[in-house]
Write a protein that binds this ligand. Structure first.
Ligand SMILES: Cc1cc2nc3c(=O)[nH]c(=O)nc-3n(C[C@H](O)[C@H](O)[C@H](O)COP(=O)(O)O)c2cc1C
Length: 300
């Protein structure tokens, strides 16, 4: 009932672990795989190890989470050793990468393919890492050339992940499509800030962070709707999904699958199983037998 296909990936259900929430350690990814997710995205991996920003890097807000981790990761070499332990996972694993230019993205993508991963997510949208995020993801020419170069270098599917913090998501979406991507992921966390009323200063060490969780769901749904209206490649929706009804809303807006991140903080890794159960109940109540029966209905 819940199976979906994105490019050549067959998912038993449309829920995917979003990048960064459970780190990239094998133990946490195995836990998510066992908890019923349809696929996993790793934390974003770069060329070299990064420790990330000093604390505080995460703060809980009224309707979500503000984070500025600074892309901590072990670097692509070390990641290759860690990924050895999760080769037995029987759901697709999507390797997320970040870089400064098309050469770096291509090198990282090739390594991910050599490690045996099933697809690549290009993080073109980090809201708080200078040189790696919105400077790239907001420029359609760069987005197109990075996507095209990565596609030339790997044969597994490539899914660029974009931000809502751009002039026009459709302009970026078209650049992704013209670059030959197999799908597009929207959205990354939204650039935001929290001021501490006692110190009178931004709470995060990095001042700016990315806002995620239920507060950004309407922004994610809007972006998916705009992208699905104009593009023919599959759209993977992400932002504020906590329940089966949230997932249904994204699918009605045109998403083929959905990624879940912050909700793990509120509903634990069980969130994947719960979202699937709730989605199935909603589908039964509405007389749908498959995801395709109602995908994109809001667009018509
Ligand atoms: C603590 C934390 C770390 C994140 N790290 C990454 C990352 O490394 N790469 C990336 O593409 N997105 C990262 N994200 C963004 C999420 O993958 C997702 O796009 C965003 O949180 C919106 O989804 P959500 O509302 O379900 O959390 C991170 C989010 C959080 C909260």
């Amino acid at each position: 009932m819940l199976e979906v296909k994105i490019a050549n990936l067959k998912l038993k259900n449309p829920t995917i672990l979003a990048s960064g929430i459970m780190g990239e350690s094998s133990g946490s990814l195995i836990r998510v795989a066992k908890s019923g997710a349809g696929a996993l995205v790793t934390k974003s991996i770069g060329s070299d190890a990064r420790t990330g920003y000093p604390n505080p890097t995460v703060v809980e807000l009224e309707c979500g989470i503000l984070n500025s981790m600074g892309l901590p990761n072990p670097g692509i070499e070390e990641f290759g050793k860690e990924i050895e332990d999760i080769k037995g996972i029987d759901i697709p694993i999507i390797g997320s990468i970040f870089g400064r230019d098309k050469e770096e993205f291509s090198m990282l993508a090739k390594r991910m393919e050599e490690y045996g991963l099933d697809a690549i997510e290009l993080n073109l949208s980090c809201p708080h890492a200078k040189g790696y995020g919105l400077e790239i993801g907001g420029d359609p020419d760069l987005v197109k050339s990075i996507t095209r170069e990565v596609k030339r270098n790997v044969s597994i599917p490539v899914f660029p992940k974009i931000s809502a913090n751009v002039r026009d998501v459709v302009e970026i979406g078209k650049a992704v499509e013209e670059g030959g991507a197999d799908g597009i992921v929207a959205i990354n966390s939204v650039k935001a800030m929290k001021i501490d009323l006692s110190t009178k200063k931004p709470i995060l060490h990095n001042k700016f962070g990315g806002y995620s969780g239920r507060g950004i769901k309407p922004i994610g749904v809007r972006c998916v709707y705009e992208l699905a209206s104009e593009l023919s490649i599959p759209v993977i929706g992400v932002g504020g999904i906590e329940t089966g009804k949230d997932a249904a809303e994204y699918i009605l807006a045109g998403a083929t699958a959905v990624e879940i991140g912050s909700a793990i903080f509120y509903r634990d890794v069980d969130v994947f199983r719960k979202v699937c159960q709730e989605l199935e109940e909603w589908m039964k109540d509405n007389g749908y037998e498959s995801i395709e029966d109602f995908r994109g209905l809001a667009l018509r």
